[in-house]
Design a protein. Structure first.
Lengths: 324, 352
């Protein structure tokens, strides 16, 4: 005996749903309600995003002025005496450059090894899940781990040292090294995707011409995944720019860039400073500064940087597509 | 078979290279690598990641040891006393404090973490499932072209900006519109409620983690083979039934994985929550009714950020590393959980 659903006859007679308009004919009320909920969620997402961007844009335009952008911050009690956000902007750029410069070679080397060599297999699997673990580790834990590492006497020359000789473990180098851990999984993932998308016959053709594996990697594979690496780096930079915990813990809480020692550039890298994220945190009512207007201005600049990086990712992705 | 002369010349070349003076190290590095060297060197770089993880667990555990030892392995997670008061007492205990200085009962912080994480993941899960269905199945192409970048943008906004909006916009609004003066007075002697608290923290955290969940669920729904849904449609299921009983059901492991990974993210959210959670080691009591929603809390990660200035006091340092150890182990467990949750889909040959 076959079980015929009671609505089967109805459905057989019903016309095929037209592409638009009466697509929900014959739906139960609960199903229509669910459809409405789906639409509501999708539109709510757009609304939230638009609200955040527009609100930050309005506040940013309201409070941001060139003078603020190009003057250095100073500690002060009133908002009009606390100076500008030049140092945080410079700090953000320096930190991002250090972090990404450390992360890209590491991540690309790991991805190349994993896809092209990958022996012994258990080690390869361990590395792969290890990178996933790093990706899942909270940034505050990475930051506090960095503090433990850079407080070791071995690494003392790399960071800010207190006048009494005690090691603080805080500097641009320390923060940049830990930032590279935050960007690493993103660059690794992008590079690995790119390598896996290259068909095997490309490699085989190169080997057949007598090239070694490493020569193939260097001359054939790496040039092909340049776009992927760029995408991964842009994603990683976005993550570094937006990270606050590492900055608060590892870069110290000085507003201005403070040099450690007399050597100009190295001294700054060993010194402390601030970034846009830590500036926003400090200037918000949660921090000591309590200068909401400056916090809005800095957050607007931060959002602009993140939006630019996001657009870069989109652009790179679009450039990659026609070829695939 | 290889010519014998070639076989002999290669070890000779190796010997010659090895005996070169140390000044030519750079010249040697610039020589083309052999495959064996490349595999070894790249493998060593890749294994650095494992070394870093081992070091991370080891360092954090060693530094957390005094607190675990002084309070007992489990009992420092328990209730008892005021945790903010305990952390404050730790600051001025000198460089060689006695065991008693390490006294810590961190339950309010753990409660705050569990509460914010659990509530925001539950709310976010329902929301992101519906949104993902909308994106994959129902959105017209033109709307999809807006929603997808919007989700990506929400995922990219730094948490400090969410925190700023939370503390400067949401919290004052909640404080002036939702909390009546009578309610403020009723708890005046216990705790101050000014807007920042459970409600705002959960709202802000939900907005932060929803985009991640949507991305994972969308990927899974897109990985469902069209043959499955077409088969269901051919059997007479309408579009919603196809989506709900075939796509969503097959993607269930990925939905669980999305929730697990979002949990990991929510656990570690430090700065954003430190700004909007009210920042007090207080455990709200559900018996308070609606007031419960406005009472301040402080999750573990936020406590770490806020106490990092006092890290030179050994007991504070040990406590911060103990919090870090707890977060590290839970995120490790959640990473493994997310992987295990996705296994059933992988077994069916779906790439998630």
């Amino acid at each position: 005996m076959t079980i015929v659903p009671p609505t089967a006859a109805l459905r057989r007679d019903a016309p095929r749903p037209a592409p638009r308009g009466d697509a929900t004919r014959g739906w139960r009320w609960s199903q229509r309600l669910a459809l409405v909920a789906c639409w509501a969620c999708g539109l709510a997402l757009c609304a939230v995003t638009a609200a955040i961007v527009v609100y930050m844009g309005v506040r940013g335009v309201q409070y941001l002025n060139p003078e603020l952008l190009f003057s250095r911050p100073t500690p002060g009690l009133q908002q009009h005496t606390t100076g500008g956000i030049l140092d945080p902007i410079v700090g953000t750029i320096v930190l991002t450059v250090i972090g990404i410069a450390l992360a890209v070679p590491l991540a690309v080397a790991a991805a190349v090894w994993l896809v092209e060599y990958g022996r012994p297999a258990p080690l390869a699997r361990a590395v792969e899940s290890g990178i996933e673990v790093v990706a899942g580790t909270p940034d505050i834990v990475i930051a506090i781990f960095g503090l433990a590492i850079f407080q070791l006497p071995l690494f003392a020359p790399l960071s800010f040292t207190a006048s009494g000789g005690g090691v603080f473990g805080r500097s641009f180098l320390a923060a940049g090294a830990m930032m590279s851990l935050i960007a690493l999984p993103l660059v690794f993932g992008a590079a690995r995707e790119g390598l896996m998308a290259i068909p095997t016959h490309v490699r085989e053709a190169s080997w057949a011409l007598g090239k070694t594996r490493i020569c193939t990697i260097r001359t054939i594979l790496l040039p092909q995944i340049r776009t992927n690496i760029a995408t991964g780096s842009a994603l990683g930079m976005g993550r570094i720019v937006g990270d606050t915990a590492v900055v608060v813990v590892l870069l110290g809480a000085t507003l201005q860039l403070e040099r450690q020692g007399d050597v100009p550039i190295l001294g700054n890298l060993r010194g402390t400073g601030s970034t846009l994220t830590s500036y926003v945190y400090g200037a918000s009512p949660a921090g000591e500064g309590n200068a909401p207007q400056k916090a809005y201005a800095a957050a607007f600049v931060l959002l602009l940087i993140v939006l630019t990086l996001n657009a870069a990712v989109d652009l790179l992705g679009r450039r990659k597509e026609p070829r695939a | 078979m290889e010519p014998p002369s070639a076989a002999r010349s290669s070890p000779l070349g190796e010997n010659r290279r090895r005996s070169s003076p140390p000044g030519r190290v750079f010249a040697r590095l610039r020589e083309p690598w052999t495959d064996r060297q490349a595999a070894w060197r790249l493998g060593a770089v890749a294994s650095l990641v494992l070394l870093i993880i081992v070091l991370m667990v080891a360092f954090v555990a060693v530094r957390a040891w005094p607190v675990l030892q002084a309070n007992g392995w489990i009992s420092w997670l328990g209730t008892g006393g005021n945790v903010d008061h305990q952390l404050g007492q730790m600051i001025a205990t000198g460089q060689h404090p006695p065991d008693s200085a390490y006294h810590l009962r961190a339950w309010p912080l753990i409660y705050g973490t569990l509460l914010t994480t659990g509530a925001s993941v539950l709310i976010g899960l329902a929301f992101s499932l519906l949104a993902a269905i909308f994106i994959v199945e129902f959105a017209p192409a033109r709307i999809r072209a807006v929603v997808v970048p919007a989700v990506r943008l929400l995922a990219a906004v730094p948490s400090v900006i969410y925190g700023l909006i939370g503390i400067l916009v949401l919290a004052p609004w909640v404080g002036s519109h939702l909390i009546s003066p009578g309610r403020k007075d009723s708890v005046q002697n216990v705790v101050q409620i000014d807007g920042t608290g459970v409600l705002v923290a959960v709202v802000v955290l939900t907005v932060m983690i929803t985009p991640i969940m949507i991305a994972i669920v969308v990927d899974a729904l897109r990985a469902i083979p069209p043959a499955w849904t077409e088969g269901a449609a051919a059997l007479g299921a309408n579009r919603w039934e196809v989506v709900w009983s075939v796509s969503v059901r097959a993607a269930r492991p990925a939905i669980v994985a999305a929730a697990v990974l979002a949990c990991a993210r929510a656990l570690g959210e430090a700065v954003g929550l430190s700004m909007v959670s009210g920042s007090r080691g207080f455990s709200p009591n559900p018996v308070d009714g609606i007031t419960y929603l406005f009472e301040p809390i402080r999750p573990l990660a936020a406590s770490m950020v806020e106490n990092v200035d006092a890290i030179n006091a050994p007991p504070v340092r040990a406590s911060i590393y103990a919090f870090a150890l707890l977060l590290l182990l839970s995120s490790l467990a959640l990473s493994i959980g997310g992987y295990v949750a996705k296994l059933p889909m992988r077994r069916q040959g779906l790439r998630v």
